[in-house]
Ligand binder design. Structure first.
Ligand SMILES: [Zn+2]
Length: 436
């Protein structure tokens, strides 16, 4: 049988495997991984395209568990500010003024390019005009869990907040059967949505078997306000509303007490941790060591570009591992392998897609990346996990395959015109004449 794609002579690594394969092959057909093994075991198959991958490391594509892709437009617009001032005085006003359908399309596409070029093959996105984001991801060829935003004030594309949940229902309907896009619900936070809105949004997610994303316990201020208003922490508040379960993704989860951690574990809710965003906004450090000890399913996200300010998950993994070591004053906390799992299979579990992606397995979707090992900072090569987390960067990714399709080869994006996309985002940025 002729295959679509065959990768030969690569070093294959997957954090879920007990040992890597040095000099191996992997075959792909109809979007799926059909086989892999040592070169000595390569069956007599022909392929429409063969990638000679000597001196290359092949691994599962990275999964970004939390992003607001269109916010690439606001990269570097407002830095060095506390979250509530950053959000209320800079980001929300900028969004009210500059977020439009075309902005979301081009800026999400730019984000897709940045993610693809740094090894991300799946992104969980939450924003407004999410149809445009989903279209941008589909056109770019990146897998996405695209979640339309819910918030209790007039939002881009949803001027009437009473329609915030029904607009998500329409969005989910439109994207239900797409090969690359899985629609979902992004309920902004317990402090921007009323109890009724949160419950309605969760009901919709449950009814449509969709993921329910919510920013949760991001700052100490949020916890204090929640206790003043509801007499309980944000986690207990959501628990009382009945919205914590296996399909709820709690983004950030920085300020948790022991009881909160136990509630999250017992509910089966998952966590998307965003260390660099939490560091940049000085929100705090999530209790990741405790989460992993309790067995919480955890993925890693960059958050939007305005609070990071890039979407490179290799950099995020590096920061994440080091941050939790220094927080605990213990270098054994969060090993390179653990953080790689969070950025691959862990992310897939958080997003409910682990049956089809997140690791190199026969029958799973072919979402994988190749890194060039012939670089001074990657020499010598002892252990793949050490090299990937502590030495490599997104720029080392040369080739990206998503859903069995070659999306980037030799650092050239093949799925769309990147120059045109950057030109469009530059044009949009000119409308922002002065820093907000
Ligand atoms: Zn966020």
């Amino acid at each position: 049988m002729e295959h679509d794609l065959l990768i030969i002579n690569a070093f294959f690594y997957d954090p879920t495997w007990p040992v890597p394969i040095n000099k191996g092959f992997l075959s792909i057909n109809n979007g799926l991984i059909t086989g892999f093994g040592r070169m000595s075991e390569l069956p007599a198959i022909s392929a429409r395209k063969t990638i000679e991958a000597e001196n290359t490391l092949a691994m599962p594509g990275l999964i970004n568990s939390h992003n607001h892709a269109a916010m690439t437009l606001f990269r570097g617009l407002a830095d060095d500010l506390p979250l509530m001032i950053w959000l209320n005085e800079h980001i929300f006003p900028a969004e009210a003024q500059f977020v439009s359908e075309e902005m979301v399309y081009w800026c999400s596409k730019l984000a897709a390019a940045e993610m693809i070029m740094s090894g991300t093959t799946t992104v969980a996105d939450g924003y407004f005009h999410e149809d445009q984001a989903a279209q941008a991801f589909a056109d770019a060829g990146i897998r996405a869990i695209a979640a339309q935003g819910v918030i209790d004030f007039p939002a881009p594309g949803v001027p009437d907040p009473t329609k915030n949940v029904s607009s998500v229902a329409d969005f989910i309907n439109r994207w239900q059967d797409h090969e690359l896009i899985t629609p979902a619900v992004f309920c902004h936070s317990p402090y921007t949505c009323s109890a009724q809105t949160v419950k309605n949004a969760k009901d919709l997610a449950a009814k449509t078997s969709s993921r329910f994303f919510i920013h949760l316990a991001e700052t100490e201020f949020e916890v204090r306000k929640s206790k003043e208003e509801y007499e309980v922490s944000p986690v207990k508040y959501l628990h009382q509303l009945g919205v914590l379960d296996e399909s709820t993704v709690c983004v950030h989860s920085v300020w948790l007490d022991d009881e909160d951690l136990q509630i999250l574990r017992d509910s089966g809710a998952t966590v998307a941790t965003c260390p660099e965003s939490n560091m940049k906004l000085a929100s705090g450090i999530a209790p990741l060591k405790e989460m992993l000890e309790l067995g919480l399913t955890t993925g890693i996200g960059t958050d939007g570009c305005a609070s990071n300010n890039n979407l490179d998950l290799f950099q995020e993994m590096n920061t994440c591992a080091k941050l939790h070591k220094v927080k605990n004053l213990d270098p054994t906390v969060l090993t390179a392998r653990e953080v790689l799992k969070m950025a691959t299979i862990g992310g897939a579990e958080v997003l409910g897609i682990a049956e089809t992606t997140g690791s190199l397995e026969i029958g799973k979707r072919a979402d994988l990346i190749l890194l060039d090992l012939k670089a001074p900072h990657l020499t010598p090569f002892y252990k793949p996990e050490s090299l990937l987390v502590y030495a490599a960067g997104g720029q080392d990714v040369t080739t990206v395959i998503i859903n069995g399709k070659l999306i980037m080869e030799n650092r050239q994006i093949l799925s769309f015109d990147l120059t045109e996309c950057m030109k469009q985002v530059d044009r949009l940025s000119k409308k922002i004449t002065k820093p907000i």
